[in-house]
Design a protein around this ligand. Structure first.
Ligand SMILES: Cc1cc2nc3c(=O)[nH]c(=O)nc-3n(C[C@H](O)[C@H](O)[C@H](O)COP(=O)(O)OP(=O)(O)OC[C@H]3O[C@@H](n4cnc5c(N)ncnc54)[C@H](O)[C@@H]3O)c2cc1C
Length: 302
């Protein structure tokens, strides 16, 4: 029986495991990829948003997380996805796709998000989500349609242009991008309103493109826990209290899967700390009560 099983080894899950270990507990971290670091494994760009880690790319941030967790001798099951999470008496049972079962007194959901596909399937002509796939694609001389109206859509417009695209158009139902990006995208390359997508041609609003780039945002990823009927926010993220605890006692959700704070590496790591301290309080409640009882008993003997 572990003190906590943490599902997902991105910034949130890794930080929770690290803090639990430093606080004297026995966590088990389960990660479906062979390496820890989560979405930062898909981020080839400089990550300048972490005050204590300048000049690191996303890949390097992920590698740092991986090294730090392994250096602390935290029990990790890498390359194993969780297929089911069940509530059992006095704790939780996690089953992995490899058939392993892990038992723990508390559990932490940290499996993050995945790009919203909008009913489209990824292919050579249809790229879904930002990061590694975009970075590795060739856009030189191509005509590109970007679907979506948030920061990722506008930032990738600038990226694709720099990579030599001949024409780039953004199709957005609504615009949510920050000012910095809005100032860099010419208004006549943006279409606002509803549009029809034909992924096979591929075409948008009857205009043929070489490639479509789908940047519709993110949705929480927890297929292994659907049967638990957890309380969700209006946008489908896992609802948590100020301790990152879900609607099920001793089950926590940290990082992007809960979106308690603005999603990024630092807030995800902060969530991991909050959950670790809450787990500590819950696991030590009995220990404190037993210690106080011993103090009173020794006084009575005096
Ligand atoms: C291209 C790109 C660039 C970014 N740039 C920045 C940046 O510069 N600065 C910044 O702060 N943030 C950046 N972000 C966002 C940042 O990466 C995320 O906010 C952060 O990684 C969220 O951490 P998380 O632990 O909640 O989730 P994730 O990082 O998504 O980690 C979740 C982990 O759970 C694992 N998992 C999923 N399902 C299972 C399962 N069933 N069993 C076991 N494991 C599972 C996944 O493999 C993954 O490792 C970027 C994201 C992308 C995609």
């Amino acid at each position: 029986m572990f003190d906590a099983v943490i599902i997902g080894g991105g910034p949130a899950g890794a930080s929770c495991a690290l803090w639990l270990k430093m606080l004297g507990f026995r966590p088990c971290l389960v990660e479906r990829r062979p390496t820890l670091g989560g979405l930062q494994n898909d981020n080839p760009y400089p990550n300048e948003w972490i005050a204590s880690a300048p000049n690191r790319t996303g890949y390097e941030v992920a590698a740092d997380i991986h090294r730090q967790i392994l250096a602390q001798d935290i029990v990790c099951r890498l390359g194993e996805a969780v297929s089911a999470l069940d509530v059992i008496q006095d704790g939780f049972r996690v089953t992995t796709t490899g058939g392993a079962m892990i038992f723990a007194r508390s559990a932490v959901l940290a499996t993050g998000v995945r790009p919203v596909k909008g009913g489209l399937a990824a292919s050579d002509q249809v790229l879904i989500g930002p990061g590694r796939t975009m970075f590795n694609a060739d856009f030189d001389g191509q005509e590109i349609a970007i679907l979506g109206g948030g920061d990722n859509a506008f930032e990738n417009y600038i990226f694709v242009r720099k990579r030599g695209a001949a024409a780039v158009h953004i199709y957005a139902r609504t615009i949510r991008a920050r000012r910095e990006f809005l100032e860099k995208v010419p208004a006549n390359d943006v279409r606002i309103g509803t549009y029809h997508v034909e992924p096979e041609r591929p075409a948008v609003a009857d205009r043929i493109y070489d490639r479509l780039v789908v940047l519709y945002g993110w949705e929480p990823y927890l297929p292994y826990a659907h049967h638990l009927d957890l309380a969700r926010t209006a946008r489908g993220f896992v609802e948590t209290d100020a301790d990152c605890q879900t609607s099920i006692p001793n089950l926590y959700a940290v990082g992007e899967i809960a979106q308690r704070m603005h999603p990024c590496c630092v807030t995800s790591m902060a969530d991991g700390v909050v959950a670790a301290k809450a787990i500590q309080r819950s696991l030590e409640e009995d220990a404190v009560a037993r210690f106080v009882e011993r103090v009173h008993a020794s006084r009575r003997l005096d």
